[in-house]
Design a protein around this ligand. Structure first.
Ligand code: C2E
Ligand code: MG
Ligand code: MG
Ligand code: MG
Length: 287
């Protein structure tokens, strides 16, 4: 009935939905060969200390250079790779490549301070090889476990039982940092934080957005203030994502956040750009 009443518009919407489903199907089928052919690549986005703008490390963000559709962002294919399980070999490739890259930066700088953040999706958390694979990648590269931070979304850990947390506890015991990504969006029980083997909270971009207006959104300011106080009392560091303006950076620094990431500092890009922002070179800091 709706279709008849809406005429072409609905048929058009249906056709569009069909086209999207066909594309999803095609992309899903193409994933394994794409991994074999080396069509994935990683962009790196610097993480910066808010107090002086020096580079703390970088987050590895995967992209797919698709022969037909061009460069696809992770939101287009990670969910598909999750569903088919291809995320396990793809995630292992990202980890290996990112850790190798971090080790290269360290060699070029002659220091060991530069750190690398790698995202883990829920399927990887459930995969029994996670700890052994991670340990092997670290040993083969020579990167210290303390230079690696694995990012897990808050929603992936909501209601997590001890069995799910065990591999993360083991990695944390080896010195690997675990960050709670997109924090503040998952409605998790704050008291639950004590149970999780995490050392970093990555505050979701939605809070950073509230700092963009002048004056900053007072409710967001209160929330960030509360989260920072709680995090620091539990000895967790606070990273903020999506910092796009100097005003946001200044506000978040004044609220006590530790590190930041966002277009204001640098967009995700090629690995050679990271080491041009050297460890001590301050990138522009808010006044
Ligand atoms: P995320 O881990 O929360 O990564 C941050 C996202 O915010 C990235 O999007 C980054 O490009 C974007 N971003 C950074 N600064 C700004 C800013 O100032 N403004 C705005 N508007 N956006 C900013 P991207 O690269 O599209 O990645 C999206 C998500 O895909 C990531 O969110 C992460 O959850 C997932 N992802 C990326 N790489 C991997 C991977 O190797 N494995 C897995 N499992 N997931 C990945
Ligand atoms: Mg992340
Ligand atoms: Mg995030
Ligand atoms: Mg996010």
């Amino acid at each position: 009935r709706a279709k008849a009443a809406g005429g072409n518009r609905f048929e058009f919407a249906d056709a569009e939905a069909d086209a999207r489903a066909i594309t999803r199907h095609g992309l899903t089928n193409a994933l394994p060969a794409a991994l074999e052919r080396g069509e994935f690549f990683i962009e790196y986005q610097p993480l910066v200390h808010l107090h002086d703008g020096s580079v703390h490390g970088a987050e590895a963000l995967v992209r797919w250079s698709h022969p037909q559709y061009g460069v696809l962002g992770p939101d287009r294919f990670i969910p598909l790779a999750e569903r088919t399980g291809l995320i396990v070999p793809l995630g292992r490739w990202v980890l290996e490549e990112a850790v190798r890259q971090a080790r290269n930066w360290q060699r070029q700088h002659g220091g060991s301070a530069l750190r690398i953040n790698v995202n883990l999706s829920p399927t990887q958390l459930h995969h029994p090889g996670l700890v052994a694979d991670t340990v092997a990648v670290l040993e083969n590269s020579g990167l210290a476990p303390g230079a690696l931070c694995l990012e897990v979304t808050e929603s992936a850990l909501i209601g997590a039982d001890d069995e799910l947390l065990e591999p993360l506890r083991r990695l944390a015991a080896l010195g690997v940092d675990i960050a709670l990504d997109d924090f503040g969006t998952g409605y998790s029980n704050l008291a639950n934080l004590r149970r999780l083997p995490v050392s970093v909270l990555k505050l979701d971009r939605s809070f950073t957005k509230g700092m963009q207006q002048q004056p900053a959104n007072p409710v967001d300011v209160k929330i960030v203030e509360g989260i920072v106080a709680l995090a620091h009392s539990l000895e967790l560091a606070v990273t903020v994502e999506g910092v796009e303006t100097g005003a946001q950076a200044a506000q978040l620094r004044d609220l006590g956040c530790d590190t930041a990431q966002g277009w204001y500092y640098a967009r995700p890009g090629a690995p050679d750009r990271i080491h041009t922002l050297s460890l001590s070179d301050a990138v522009p800091t808010p006044s």
